[in-house]
Design a binder for this molecule. Structure first.
Ligand code: C5P
Length: 219
């Protein structure tokens, strides 16, 4: 069984997906982490994120691996553990910019479909229900107001000891929303057959339970 969860930045997709996948015994695939890792590759190697710079040679050098242990998922970029690095602000903005480039998307979508093959998976991202796994048995579109999403993201950054303020976080989220929904190739949008969940006034547990209920109804 495949579950696709899409939605804008900060809607709670990854926290909720992790919990729901664990409870269902599914593999969780965080596709945003892959775009973040690709952006970190460009940043580390001084490559400006532009379509013409993402040549086949560069794309072939971006090696992304995902490993799972009791602490959750670890992301490796060319053998180096970048699990924490990909959560920094420059990686978020870089991911949103690199995700606009079709050749990068095609490479990462191949990897995502490969990981999903033959497994029960819960995959989250922006284009999972519409493009990566159009045959997913359950599709969720998870959203929340931009203020609520910025508030949650700010709390997360502060807890991690990073410097952040509400207006900057909100601006970054709005920038990513616009970038993600206006790009030509596989933009962020609700798939017609997706269940809409607005988490603005819901707790993580409430959203998780709703998803489990929907999944069990299908299984
Ligand atoms: O989900 P997360 O915020 O980690 O994703 C980082 C960025 O990667 C998003 O802002 C989006 O631009 C891009 N992304 C995407 N398609 C996906 C997952 C993420 O374009 N399936």
């Amino acid at each position: 069984m495949k579950i696709a969860i899409d939605g804008p930045a900060g809607a709670g997709k990854s926290s909720i997906s992790k919990l729901a996948a664990k409870e269902l015994g599914f593999i969780y695939i965080d596709t945003g982490a892959m775009y973040r890792a690709a952006a970190v590759y460009a940043i580390k190697n001084g490559i400006e994120i532009k379509e013409e710079n993402m040549t086949e040679e560069v794309l072939n050098k971006i090696k992304i691996d995902i490993k799972y242990n009791e602490n959750g998922q670890q992301i490796f970029l060319c053998g180096e553990d970048v699990t924490k690095r990909i959560r920094e602000a420059d990686a978020s903005l870089g991911a949103s910019n690199i995700a606009v480039i079709p050749s990068v998307r095609l490479k990462l979508v191949d990897l995502q479909r490969e990981l999903a093959k033959g497994n029960d998976v819960l995959m989250d991202g922006r284009d999972i229900g519409t493009y990566v796994l159009p045959d997913a048995e359950l599709k969720i579109y998870l959203t929340a107001s931009v203020e609520e999403r910025a508030k949650r993201r700010l709390k997360e950054l502060i807890e991690k000891g990073q410097d952040a303020d509400f207006e900057t976080v909100k601006r970054d989220i709005e920038y990513r929303d616009k970038n993600d929904s206006e790009r030509e190739f596989a933009p962020l949008k609700k798939s017609e057959d997706a269940v809409l969940i607005d988490s603005t006034n819901m707790t993580i547990d409430e959203v998780k339970n709703r998803i489990i209920e929907l999944a069990r109804g299908i299984k």
